[in-house]
Ligand binder design. Sequence first.
Ligand SMILES: NC(=O)c1ccc[n+]([C@@H]2O[C@H](COP(=O)([O-])OP(=O)(O)OC[C@H]3O[C@@H](n4cnc5c(N)ncnc54)[C@H](O)[C@@H]3O)[C@@H](O)[C@H]2O)c1
Length: 417
Amino acid sequence: MTQKNQDRRSFLKTATAAAGATFAVGQTVLAEEAKGANGRPGVGFIGTGGRCGAHINIVNTLKKQGLVEPVAVCDVYGPRLRAASQKTDNAKMYKAHEELLQDPKVDIVCIATPDRHHAPQAIDAVRAGKDVYCEKPLTHWSQFDLAKKLGEETAKHKRIVQVGTQYMADDNYAKVRKMIGEGIIGKPVHVELGYYRRGDWGERMHIPDPNAKPGPDLNWERFLGDAPKVPYSVSRFFQWRLYWDYAGGPATDLLVHMFTPVFCLLGLDFPHRVLGGGGTFQYNREVPDQCNIIADYPDGPSVVMMNTLSNHVPTDTKIRGTDGVIMWKSLGSKDCKGIRIVPFGKDKKELFLPWAGMGSTTRLWANLIDCVKTRKQPYSPISAAVRVQAPLSMAIIGHRENKVTMFDEKTQSVKMV
Ligand SMILES: NC(=O)c1ccc[n+]([C@@H]2O[C@H](COP(=O)([O-])OP(=O)(O)OC[C@H]3O[C@@H](n4cnc5c(N)ncnc54)[C@H](O)[C@@H]3O)[C@@H](O)[C@H]2O)c1
């Protein structure tokens, strides 16, 4: 194995080993001591829309098991804020995330705001000494520098950040990663993965109140954050996933789920060259409804990510090596039962590992709560998410500019050719 390969394969191990002791940050308390009401970690929710509903249900269930306590909620839209507070037994309401972060009862922050708020809010959270569940994607496509900054700040403040790619919640990956490192499929050289769906309902989100207007119950400025300042639009506010200013389409919304487990299995680092194809072929929206990416890594593999929202017929994920293949059915589909490992050669035996937790957001939460105590790295760590974000952001930037994007290892930045 070359030195480069060894470095690449040891990167995640190193990242895992980097979990350390907990330190006080500014005026905050040690995470081990910060245990909200009844000695359990207190959870504060930032962004209480659709996805947060699932998080609140899970945290309420974990509360019954004595593991956590929902203590605070924050949103820029009053009706959702009040509904979330009701669902959490009247958790304290905040209209600004900075205020929630000052609440000493909050130990873990769950961030489920639109994409471009993830990194700024998570950076504020780790600086305030909080541990974080941060929804995917790690950042908006235009904020790769913020993704790196969040990685640095998380390490600096010794925080635990679980990134919300729930397909990472499976113990098999650690076993398979070890097998790949030991050469079970030879040198991994080619990957294919995809996400297919027929319909764009996920992006064409529901408008609960067509007459909603900026005012005391709707803070448009806070919704925009660092996005271009544009006049209020009810569609932009509620259906933000349709617009480039707030979302990146299938790359950052969907392919991130499929790619993250592969990335971690292979212990990849940053890509060398990325090509982003596709377009808006069927639906009336700004972001593409078809997205195809080729991400070439310096010493291989070449990763091909495929997607359309016009046809749901799935593809298997395949990691092809020089001496075998690792594959699974389309993640989330009912016939996706586990990982198949097929080494080539008459004397070699095929292996099948049934999934053990893959896709479970509850498991991601339980793992986070455990890591908050033990200070171990979680299933879906920030070190991986920063690197996963790179090809996704590069593909979108290149697609928008009709260019190929290259990753400059020295400056850790993206350049166009
Ligand atoms: N892991 C998954 O499977 C999964 C599934 C769905 C959504 N998500 C992610 O969760 C995030 C939220 O998606 P959603 O569907 O819940 O969107 P949503 O629009 O339903 O909810 C977002 C909420 O954030 C609020 N908000 C906006 N700006 C804010 C700010 N500055 N401070 C506080 N609150 C603010 C909005 O008012 C809204 O209530 C997205 O990034 C999405 O990618 C992940």
